[in-house]
Design a protein around this ligand. Structure first.
Ligand code: C5P
Length: 235
């Protein structure tokens, strides 16, 4: 697309979930459908950006409208990490909408794990995955090159003790990104649906750049939410 507010800008977007293999037939995964990431890719493309989508496991494949975007398919968090790291430096904006597994099985079994004869259940030991978002922010800040705007996502259920907005504010500070999109998630909320509820929070520095920034709250379609996030990239 010619013109548009993001013409000539490169936007890197991660979407879907990561899968951490346990053995050749099993993995640890999550319920991310990739719909929000696809909507973001579509909105960025409509705004004229050159879009690269790093796609983990997705319920839905990119439709024909996304034929002109580059799609890089990945499985594990390690693969997503490598795909983002090798492209982030050239990107003007990075949007980490993927649901990245925080942990992976410490050991991969090269043959299918069997039920043991004595009835004992296997114990799966986990180890930490790299935090792609935090690492990209740290590298950009250290080198002084890379995406000017980095957008993180936070999927929070909240509970009696913690307010999701407060959790998101803490996460925004901890990750050091410019914008954080809070998703209210739960058994019957958000995952796989076309509707969503988001808040967009901005860091203090980003608020100074974005004139008149007010935290946004949208209850609507993932398409509407995506349009608002993309609008924040070119404000
Ligand atoms: O820490 P938490 O998983 O809640 O943070 C969510 C945000 O961080 C999302 O934007 C997600 O894509 C990103 N993330 C990441 N690497 C991880 C875990 C999360 O980039 N290992």
């Amino acid at each position: 697309q010619e013109g548009g507010p993001l013409a000539g800008r490169r936007v890197l977007i991660t979407a879907g979930g990561t899968r951490e293999p346990l053995d050749p037939v099993r993995y640890l995964g999550n319920r991310s459908s990739g719909k929000q990431g696809l909507a973001l890719a579509d909105a960025a493309r409509s705004a004229g950006a050159q879009v690269t989508l790093i796609a983990g496991s997705m319920e839905q494949q990119p439709g024909p409208e996304l034929a002109c975007i580059e799609v890089v398919s990945v499985g594990t968090t390690e693969q997503m990490h490598a795909a983002v790291m090798s492209r982030a430096e050239q990107a003007d904006a990075l949007i980490m909408s993927a649901a990245v597994a925080d942990f992976r099985p410490a050991d991969y079994a090269h043959t299918k794990i069997k039920k043991s004869d004595n009835g004992a259940s296997p114990i799966i030991t986990l180890e930490r995955n790299p935090d792609i978002l935090a690492e990209t922010v740290a590298r950009r800040n250290h080198r002084g090159t890379g995406p000017k705007v980095i957008v993180g996502f936070a999927a929070e259920t909240g509970d009696e003790k913690s307010d999701p907005l407060e959790l998101a504010q803490l996460k925004l500070q901890r990750k050091g990104c410019e914008l954080l999109v809070l998703n209210r998630v739960g058994e019957n909320l958000v995952f796989g649906l076309d509707s969503t509820e988001i808040h967009i929070l901005a860091s203090d520095a980003a608020q100074q750049q974005l004139q008149g920034f007010e935290p946004d709250h949208v209850i609507g379609s993932k398409r509407e939410a995506a349009a608002l996030v993309i609008q924040r990239l070119h404000q």
